[in-house]
Ligand binder design. Structure first.
Ligand SMILES: C[S@@+](CC[C@H](N)C(=O)[O-])C[C@H]1O[C@@H](n2cnc3c(N)ncnc32)[C@H](O)[C@@H]1O
Length: 255
């Protein structure tokens, strides 16, 4: 998928908050190595840098577009282009941090998460946040629009199973491998503004690959259909703002 950092960062505040909540739970005071897996445009990596200025910090991502933005904003941080599908750390890492990334990876979490945890140093942590909002109208409306249009045959194979599993799944998977394991979920009631705020939010992530797969005029037709559906599902309140509840799952595994 090609990322558009500008569109993604339009809702940067809402997207940053879960990363800060995850970070606040990491007990490590002086890690020597920290890697931000799927660092994107690097805004969260910069916060990791501020918390652990002495650590050797690397921001890693497979999107050249995101990394251009990251390098521009924070030239003093080490950025690396790599694909998490075949990435392994050179040496065990004290803090492996991953905010809003692992649900994008096409490797089953049964193998991906234990593999990442194996790259964590003894007494280190694997800290993960993933959206778990895939059954909500923000996402199901997209699949409805995909199935309803002349593009259905081409786009339907792109519809993925829910990538983020239940807390029980991750508990059973990681408990035998962890010294301590903390898993929690939070539903953020995001207050967002604009005529199509939920569609604009999703356009920065889940909607984009579907739009990229079409040419005009189908591209705009799919986007319009999605916008109508999602607007009907999330009506603005009396002050004109829209509440967009968004559930996220957090995992903190200590080795
Ligand atoms: C939703 S963004 C999150 C960015 C950042 N972590 C943040 O919290 O703002 C997801 C990021 O994961 C990256 N990503 C997705 N699949 C990847 C893979 N296989 N290897 C490395 N990075 C990947 C994308 O390029 C994108 O920058």
């Amino acid at each position: 998928m090609t990322w558009d950092p500008g569109q993604y960062l339009k809702f940067g505040g809402h997207r940053l908050r879960p990363a800060l909540d995850l970070l606040s739970r990491i007990p490590f005071e002086h890690p020597s190595t920290v890697i931000d897996l799927g660092c994107g445009a690097g805004n969260v990596t910069a916060v990791l840098k501020a918390r652990w200025p002495e650590a050797h910090l690397i921001g890693l991502d497979n999107s050249p577009q995101m990394l251009v933005q990251a390098r521009l904003e924070n030239p003093d941080i080490e950025w690396r282009e790599a694909d998490l599908l075949d990435w392994r750390p050179d040496t065990p890492v004290d803090v492996l941090f991953s905010n809003a990334v692992l649900h994008w990876i096409d490797e089953a979490h049964e193998t991906l998460l234990p593999r990442l945890l194996a790259g964590v140093a003894e007494d280190g942590v694997l800290a993960i946040q993933m959206p778990r909002n895939f059954g909500e109208p923000s996402h199901t409306s997209l699949y409805d629009a995909v199935r309803a249009g002349p593009w259905c045959e081409r786009l339907a194979p792109m519809i993925r199973d829910e990538p983020t599993k239940s807390a029980q799944f991750y508990y059973d998977l990681l408990r035998p491998l962890s010294r301590s394991l903390d898993i929690w979920e939070t539903q953020y009631v995001q207050v967002i503004e604009g005529e199509h705020p939920v569609a604009d939010f999703v356009k920065g992530s889940w909607l984009k690959p579907f739009l990229d797969a079409l040419n005009e005029p189908e591209r705009s037709a799919l986007e319009d259909d999605y916008r109508k559906r999602v607007k009907a599902a999330y009506q603005p309140g009396s002050d004109g703002r829209t509440l967009f509840p968004f559930r996220r799952l957090f995992i903190l595994a200590e080795r």
